[in-house]
Design a protein around this ligand. Structure first.
Ligand code: NDP
Ligand code: AKG
Length: 416
């Protein structure tokens, strides 16, 4: 899983394909490929035991032509500058494909959150925020949770930023707790969006989510709620996994009981009434829908030939390499690409930012309806272009997104 090249290689290849399709010249290609700004910061930590440790942090604004930078903050031992660059670029295309007024950005700290206490993570978050202060702000670059961070992390970022400005500024982050201006629905929005696009793809074949078998890799913020929503919509979730391994029950896992098990055990492994399964075995299961919702480079030239699902819905960012895309296309497997499939999170982040700026809060129903409408609209546009031009859904999504960003450059006069 980790032998694949950096995600930036996939991101560059996907952009190059879209640029070729659109017939843009090399100058515009380079303009679209190159991050607008990058900040590398040192993040010192005094541990609970009194030692001094140093971590490396990054914030990359890939593109800000359509609006402020927008994108999550990742805490993981695998974070490096190229990963953050790739994730920031994907945020640019993601915001463009669902047509929300943002550019793309991403941040990361090379730290394994599982190895640190809450107090240490708070100090790391506050120091990181202070160091990247020149870039962030409600009108310049707005953070949200990603892998290894959560709503508590966003509360610390918001508090650190607000303290430095002397007043409370909720719109500097999204995905924060409801008590300090978070939005209803944000915690499950990425997962809800994953299910909406699954439904759209199945409807195109006269089918629906109910009755389908689903396997979900990753039981974190995205994967766990996706499993719950698929089950609530009548699908049979037959396998889930996390970094420690997975569990399988062909009759369908009881997701409520699984949540209770994970709350107690910290992993899906060991869940009673289910068989153990490895992540590799799960990717190869004979299911209708496979949802990689953990990390990058999971579906590679090595693993893609084993995939037997009809539909792969990318909850994670960058789970599929270009080589794996080719293999799955040849095998008749439809892939709903990350920038479309997992865009529900940033869509509701946008709703949260709008609500914070207006200081006026929407109902859960308003948020759910507006999210579904936007996801379905984006899916339909991508599917229509794919049909028209004989493209994969990933190619079509990238073409739509890259064109919108290039148009913004052109209209603003940054690139004639
Ligand atoms: N949160 C959001 O709103 C959005 C997230 N995403 C993307 O979705 C993906 C997951 O993010 P999120 O759910 O927030 O992250 P979390 O940190 O909440 O969860 C990550 C999950 O993946 C598991 N995992 C980590 N490494 C592996 C591995 N090698 N094999 C199998 N499972 C693994 C973790 O297991 P364990 O807990 O045991 O470590 C955990 O269950 C990322 O790619 C992220 O960028 C995309 C759009 C929005
Ligand atoms: O909600 C957001 O702003 C972005 C979430 C994110 O990091 C992502 O979509 O990859």
């Amino acid at each position: 899983m980790t032998s694949a090249p950096s995600p930036i290689v996939s991101a560059y290849a996907q952009l190059a394909a879209a640029v070729r399709h659109l017939g843009y010249d090399e100058g515009l290609h380079q303009h679209l490929r190159t991050p607008r700004r990058e900040l590398h910061v040192a993040v010192p930590l005094r541990t609970d035991a009194g030692d001094l440790k140093l971590f490396h942090g990054y914030r990359v604004q890939h593109n800000v032509s359509r609006g402020p930078g927008k994108g999550g903050l990742r805490f993981s031992r695998d974070v490096d500058i190229d990963e953050v660059r790739a994730l920031a670029m994907w945020m640019t295309w993601k915001c463009a494909v669902v047509d929300i007024p943002y550019g793309g950005a991403k941040g990361g700290v090379t730290i394994d959150p599982a190895e640190h206490s809450a107090a240490e993570l708070e100090r790391v978050t506050r120091r990181y925020t202070t160091e990247i202060m020149p870039l962030i702000g409600p009108e310049t670059d707005i953070m949200a949770p990603d892998m290894g961070t959560d709503e508590q992390t966003m509360a610390w970022v918001m508090d650190t930023y607000s303290t430095s400005r002397g007043h409370t500024i909720p719109a500097v982050v999204t995905g924060k707790p409801i008590a300090i201006g978070g939005s209803l629905g944000r915690a499950v929005a990425t997962s809800a969006g994953v299910v909406h696009v699954t439904q759209s793809a199945l409807e195109a074949q006269g089918e629906k989510v109910a009755g389908k078998t689903v396997a979900v890799q990753g039981f974190g913020k995205v994967g766990s709620h996706a499993a719950a929503i698929y089950a609530a919509r009548g699908a049979r979730v037959v396998a889930v996994s996390d970094v420690h391994g997975g569990v399988r029950d062909d009759a369908g896992l009881d997701i409520d009981r699984l949540f209770a098990h994970v709350a107690a055990a910290g992993t899906v492994v060991g869940f009673a009434d289910a068989d153990p399964i490895t992540n590799a075995q799960m990717l190869a299961m004979d299911v209708d829908v496979l949802v990689p919702a953990a990390m990058e480079n999971v579906l590679t030239a090595e693993t893609a030939p084993t995939v037997r699902a009809r539909l792969v819905v990318e909850g994670a960012n960058g789970p599929t390499t270009p080589e794996a895309d080719a293999v799955m296309e040849a095998n008749g497997i439809t892939v709903i690409p990350d920038i479309l499939a997992n865009a529900g999170g940033v869509v509701v982040s946008y709703f949260e930012w709008v609500q914070a700026n207006q200081v006026y809060w929407w109902t859960a129903q308003e948020i759910d309806e507006r999210l579904e409408q936007r996801m379905v609209m984006a899916y339909d546009a991508v599917a229509e272009l794919a049909r028209r031009d004989g493209l994969s859904l990933r190619e079509a999504a990238n073409v739509i997104a890259v064109k919108r960003v290039a148009e913004a450059h052109s209209i603003r006069g940054l690139y004639p």
